[in-house]
Design a protein around this ligand. Structure first.
Ligand code: PMP
Length: 405
């Protein structure tokens, strides 16, 4: 985009990024929500090097390798007991694309006419055609609108509308044609960290299951501790049939994604008839370096030290939310686990290209903080290992920015 700010970064070190002039920045957005352990973590580097010396990449059809197996086992051990199968790819949009294809083909293979897809209003599930199709129509997808397939949308539940949303959802489901419901559990990321209650989502999932619609939890953003638990789905009573993961799966070091599904879904493809197979694959499926890095990420995440970091960060975010909530320029501050979003009031446009968002980006950049607002919503999502004094500096600059509005 003309006029966009581009800062050449030459080094990453923990929570800091260093530009070509030696200027240091706090990465308060974890480089688009991926770098949960910060930059160039030595333990991950060591595991990556070790894997490279053994095996870097192989065709993942007819062949497999130990790190792909280890990672799959460790992931499903932490998922609902019915979810036991893992399909690898390399980015969040593709993980969702695969989930949608799996859901549609699952019904097709059985000769059941379930072809409709349901998503939340304001959803974001990726930039590929399937991902765009189940996302809210927006500036992102406008030029492609003639080529997107139809999706049915239901409002995100709140205390006020839950009864209506349940009624609306049941009216859609009762037609018997819904193949799947895709949702970002607890937090709609790109919408601006819009949150809903676990119990409300659970009621919707119960309804989906009553009408045999498959439930797809898009945990691309929420996975790996961000919401306070390993997966956001851990906080929700009703469990999905498919979970998609990417972003922090490798702690933001290598591109990798997972679409995990239940045994019963898997069995819908396992057949002597070749046409029933899931004919989908990518050159870099199951990349061994990425799988090794993802295992190293799990080693770190499971450690007491990182769990303490995460609890501390969540506590700081909660406190700052309480403090900033009453400010006259703050419409709403939302927090869950290590996520903090501050929605600011503005008389200008509040969409993705909000002038306030661009102004905020430059303001924080000049003060040594990488912050990527979503429209008029400030997003604070640093690596879990950020020190209390660095967090205090970020909060101080937010206070100043809001104070100057
Ligand atoms: N789903 C969600 C919930 C996301 O937040 C994102 C990315 N912001 C995606 C899917 C797409 O992931 P990727 O950018 O890796 O394609």
């Amino acid at each position: 985009m003309k006029g966009a700010h581009i800062t050449p970064i030459v080094k990453g070190e923990g929570v800091f990024l260093i530009d070509e002039n030696g200027r240091k920045y706090i990465d308060a957005v974890s480089s688009w929500w991926v770098k949960i352990h910060g930059h160039s973590h030595p333990y991950i580097g060591q595991k990556l090097e070790q894997q490279f010396s053994e095996l870097d990449h192989i065709i993942f059809a007819g062949l497999t390798h130990p790190k792909a197996v280890e990672l799959a086992k460790r992931l499903v051990d932490n998922m609902p007991p019915e979810i036991n199968k893992v399909f690898y790819s390399d980015n969040g949009s593709t993980a969702n694309e695969i989930a949608l294809k799996m859901a549609l083909q699952f019904w097709h293979n059985q000769g059941v006419a379930k072809t409709k897809l349901v998503a939340f209003e304001g959803a974001y599930h990726g930039d590929t055609f399937g991902g765009m199709s189940v996302s809210a129509r927006s500036t992102f997808s406008l030029p492609f609108s003639h080529h997107l397939f139809d999706t049915l949308y239901i409002p995100v539940p709140t205390e006020e509308n839950i009864a209506d949303v349940l009624r609306e959802f049941e009216a859609i489901l009762s037609g018997g044609q819904v193949a799947a419901f895709i949702y970002e559990p607890l937090v709609q990321g790109v919408r601006g960290m819009v949150m809903h209650e676990a119990d409300h989502l659970s009621q919707l999932l119960k309804l989906a299951k009553k009408y045999q619609a498959l439930c797809i939890a898009d945990e691309v953003m929420t996975g790996f501790g961000r919401t306070g638990t390993l997966f956001a789905s851990d906080q929700i009573e009703m469990k999905p049939d498919i979970i998609t993961l990417s972003k922090a799966l490798t702690a933001g070091v290598m591109p990798l994604a997972v679409t995990a599904c239940t045994d019963s879904m898997y069995n819908g493809f396992y057949s002597d008839e070749r046409s029933k197979a899931f004919l989908h694959g990518h050159s870099f499926t199951g990349n061994a370096l990425a799988c090794a890095v993802a295992c190293a990420n799990l080693d770190l995440l499971e450690s007491a030290e990182v769990q303490e970091d995460l609890t501390r960060l969540a506590g700081l975010q909660k406190e700052f939310r309480a403090e900033i909530s009453g400010h006259p320029k703050v419409i709403e501050a939302r927090q869950l686990g290590a996520i903090l979003a501050i929605e600011l009031s503005t008389t200008e446009n509040s969409g993705y290209y909000s002038d306030l968002g661009i102004k905020a980006y430059v303001y924080f950049l000049e003060r040594g903080i990488i912050m990527r607002p979503l429209g008029n919503v400030l997003i604070v999502m640093p690596p879990y290992c950020i020190k209390e004094e660095d967090m205090a500096y970020v909060y101080e600059q937010i206070r100043s920015f809001i104070g100057e509005l």
